[in-house]
Design a binder for this molecule. Structure first.
Ligand code: NAP
Length: 244
C-alpha cells in the first residue's frame, strides 16, 4: 500500500481527497493547522472508508520548521511518501488598494511558500525511490484572474508556474507534478459569499452549478495515480467550464 500526505485536510477539498485515497486503500497522512476537530472528523471518515493506516499531523505549511518536523515524522512513522497533495491554502477578498503588505505576504507564504516547502521535502523522499507524484491545488483564478482577489489570483498563478517548472525538473527522476485548478467549490472557504452571490455564480457557470469537494477529489486522485502515468506539468481545470 502506498503513502499519501494531504495538506489542509481538516475540511473541504482536503478532507474529500483524504477520504478518496483512504477508500482506495492508501495509508493516509492528514495534515491540519488549527482545526483539530475537523482533522479528527477526517480521520474518522478515512477509518470508515478503508483499511489503510491513518496519521494526523499538525503544522503551519508556511513555516520551514513545522514542515521539516512533519516530514521527519512521516519518515519515521510511515517510512516515506509516494504521493503529496499540496492542498492547504487561504483566500482573501478586497480591492488592491485595501490589500496590506501583511495580507499579500501571508497569502504568498501559505499558498506558494507552503507548496515549495512541502514539495522540496517530498522530493527528497521521492528522489531516493525514483518515483512519486505531487498534485498542487491551484485555482481557476490563477488561470484567469479574479477582480478583488489580486493577491489570491497571483499566488495561485505562481502555483501553476511552480508546477510546470518542477515537473520538468523532476521528470527525469520518474516523479510527476501536476495541478488541479478548481472553480467555485462548496467549502468553508466560500462561507463569506451570500446565497445570492452563489446563485449568480452558478448561473454564470456553463454546467449551471458550483462544484463539490468530492468532484475535485476525483481529479486529484486521477492525477496522483498511475492512470495518468504519461501526464506531467498540467493544470487541470475542475470548474464546470468557467475558464473555457
Ligand atoms: P478550506 O475548507 O478553508 O480548507 C483549507 C485548509 O487549509 C484547512 O484544512 C486549513 O487548516 C488549511 N490551512 C490554512 N492555512 C494553513 C497553514 N498556514 N498551514 C497549514 N494548513 C493551512 O478550503 P478549501 O476550499 O477546501 O480549499 C482547499 C484548497 O483549494 C486551497 O488551496 C484553496 O485555495 C483551493 N481552492 C478552493 C476553491 C473553493 O472554491 N473552495 C476554489 C479554488 C481553489 P485549518 O483549518 O486546520 O487551519
Amino acid at each position: 500500500m502506498k503513502n499519501v500526505l494531504i495538506t489542509g485536510a481538516s475540511g473541504g477539498i482536503g478532507r474529500a481527497a483524504a477520504v478518496a485515497f483512504a477508500a482506495k486503500g492508501y495509508h493516509v497522512a492528514i495534515h491540519y493547522r488549527s482545526d483539530i476537530e475537523g482533522a479528527e472528523k477526517t480521520r474518522q471518515r478515512c477509518k470508515n472508508a478503508g483499511k489503510g493506516r491513518i496519521f494526523v499531523f499538525q503544522g503551519d505549511v508556511s513555516k520551514a520548521t513545522d514542515v521539516s518536523y512533519m516530514f521527519d515524522r512521516i519518515q519515521a512513522e510511515m517510512g516515506g511518501l509516494d504521493i503529496l497533495i499540496n492542498n492547504a491554502g487561504i483566500s482573501d477578498f478586497g480591492l488592491v488598494q485595501d490589500t496590506s503588505e501583511e495580507d499579500w505576504d501571508r497569502l504568498f507564504a501559505v499558498n506558494c511558500k507552503g507548496v515549495f516547502l512541502c514539495s522540496r521535502a517530498a522530493a527528497l523522499m521521492m528522489l531516493k525511490k525514483k518515483t512519486g507524484s505531487i498534485v498542487n491545488i491551484g485555482s481557476m483564478w490563477g488561470e484567469c484572474g479574479a477582480s478583488c482577489e489580486t493577491a489570491y489570483s497571483a499566488s495561485k498563478a505562481a502555483v501553476s508556474g511552480f508546477t510546470k517548472a518542477l515537473a520538468k525538473e523532476l521528470a527525469p527522476s520518474g516523479i510527476r507534478v501536476n495541478c488541479v485548478a478548481p472553480g467555485l467549490i462548496d467549502t468553508g472557504m466560500n462561507r463569506r459569499l451570500t446565497r445570492e452571490e452563489l446563485v449568480s455564480f452558478a448561473e454564470d457557470t456553463p454546467l449551471g452549478r458550483i462544484g463539490t469537494p468530492e468532484e475535485v477529489a476525483k481529479a486529484i486522485v486521477f492525477l496522483a495515480e498511475e492512470d495518468s502515468s504519461f501526464i506531467t506539468g498540467q493544470v487541470l481545470a475542475v470548474d464546470g467550464g468557467v475558464t473555457i
